[in-house]
Write a protein that binds this ligand. Structure first.
Ligand code: 5GP
Ligand code: 5GP
Length: 227
């Protein structure tokens, strides 16, 4: 009798851990993170243009990052599936245009894209393979057209200052979703618009309102520098 109860307890415990495992997810949503090139290049650490030349006047992609609702995130999830440029050969022109690298020394961008896939992309490989991952980020960036939304509201990248509240409100009004803003400082120490974070559902197919607060430091009024 005692051993039967023992066996039943073991079965129940196994069932419980299986249920916990099957309900724990790889991640809950993505951040699409876009960077303003002017705010990378006018800093103390400066920037380098890619070998293909100065990027166009637009936000560039930094990354598409899987995240959990509690604010933490997975990283470097699968070393057996490293970045492979051959998988995205057909996307190269678009990558150079929409996902330019600004790190020094000047290079072709492969290092940046490889870092983003290995650190972040591989954590969503159960949903998006490499080609789908990069294509998803490119398509989301085009769809949200952040510079268009800001310029339509008269917020131009010419060194003017805008309140963080008005930038967030403008994007919400124009595109339907409220972004989070990250700032950095120019050489004179002015707080400026550096990165914009938007949230995307875990299938990568649509923007959503962000499920977590992302507190990044900005002054109340921030510079939108030229590039
Ligand atoms: P930092 O410390 O400069 O804010 O971030 C450094 C790097 O950590 C980022 O470029 C990104 O790779 C990762 N990271 C920082 N914050 C987040 C986050 O909230 N979610 C995810 N997925 N990655 C983040
Ligand atoms: P993360 O901050 O996403 O973890 O790391 C970004 C990495 O990509 C850093 O090692 C950084 O040097 C490199 N990187 C290359 N190009 C860029 C760029 O244009 N912007 C940013 N933020 N990082 C870049």
């Amino acid at each position: 009798m005692e051993s039967k109860i023992h066996l039943l307890l073991i079965k129940l415990l196994t069932l419980h851990s299986l249920l916990v495992l099957s309900s724990s997810q790889d991640f809950d949503f993505f951040y699409l993170v876009l960077q303003w090139p002017g705010s990378q290049c006018d800093t103390k650490s400066s920037c380098c243009y890619p070998i293909t030349g100065k990027p166009k006047l637009d936000f560039g992609i930094h990354g598409l990052w899987p995240n959990w609702k509690n604010g933490s995130y997975p990283s470097n999830c699968d070393s057996t599936n490293p970045f492979d440029a051959f998988e995205i050969l057909d996307l190269m022109c678009q990558m150079e245009s929409e996902w330019p690298t600004l790190s020094c020394p000047s290079n072709d961008g492969l290092k940046f894209w490889s870092h983003e896939w290995n650190k972040h992309g591989a954590c969503s490989e159960s949903i998006l393979d490499q080609h789908e991952y990069f294509l998803t980020a490119l398509n989301l960036k085009t769809e949200i057209n952040l510079l268009g939304a800001l310029e339509d509201a008269g917020m131009n990248p010419n060194g003017s200052a805008y309140s963080v509240t008005s930038i967030r409100g403008t994007i919400k009004e124009a595109r339907g979703y409220t972004p989070w803003i990250e700032c950095n400082r120019d050489v004179s120490g002015n707080s400026q618009l550096y990165q914009i974070y938007l949230c995307v559902d875990s299938s990568g197919s649509r923007f959503i309102e962000c499920p977590v607060i992302l507190a990044k430091k900005c002054s109340t009024s921030i510079k939108f520098p030229s590039f």
